[in-house]
Design a protein around this ligand. Sequence first.
Ligand code: MF3
Ligand code: CO
Length: 267
Amino acid sequence: MIVCRSKAEIAKLRRVNQLVARILAEIRRMAVPGATTREINTSAETRVREAGAVPAFKGYHGYPATVCASINEQVVHGIPSNRRLADGDVLSIDMGAKLDGFYGDCAVTVPVGRVSPEAERLLRVTEEALFHGIEAVRPGARISDIGAAVQRHVEAHGFSVVREFVGHGIGTALHEEPQIANYGPGGRGPRLAEGMVLAIEPMVNLGGAGVKVLGDGWTAVTRDGSLSAHFEHTVVVTPEGCEILTLLEDDAARARELMGAAVQNNW
Ligand code: MF3
Ligand code: CO
């Protein structure tokens, strides 16, 4: 069953998702050559707890940290460590938190120092694909319309969509129904309705779509070693389309650029 949230529940979801987005905007600035992903993780955890919230990933099926920090060919679920970021790396930072019983979830991939034109293009196309997926969200649309829009954009640019990990409903649990694949034909699956809350999170590889999980049981990497990017927003279905709960007011202009006038937020 896909839950439709009330106005009061959506207000709580807006609060936690705005918190996650704000902290992510702060910690992404730490992604500079020489920094470790452990430092970024520690700062994220401190900020989450200062806000009276709880990290959502830490302890989830045994995951050991507040953020996932995935470098270069790491796709998702990289564990923060003492590895130092290098000029030219790309770093995906994924963070979730729980506040007042409700969850927020958001991810970005950022360049470290100066990155190659190819890496820049991968980041841009992946974020655009996320916004194309978000544009497909409105009452009456079907779940698979999201993945169809993501895949069309990614493949038009010669990149590939990861199949093994999907987006998800989110609310009083981090992962709720439905699963949201980032590929496949549109027009399938349940119809979207006002009040549904979805975390949409395309993962895109510069090379082939194949991934494998390393011996730590978490870190997913591309099979061919090519770079990978990951962007995630949490959205709620509104009468006219959707509101992006993890969009900061400061980023609204950029979001409008990436997906037309469809931004429905009222901060
Ligand atoms: N955003 C990812 C997801 O929703 C991150 C989960 S990390 C985990 O699946 F540790 F919580 F699994
Ligand atoms: Co998620």
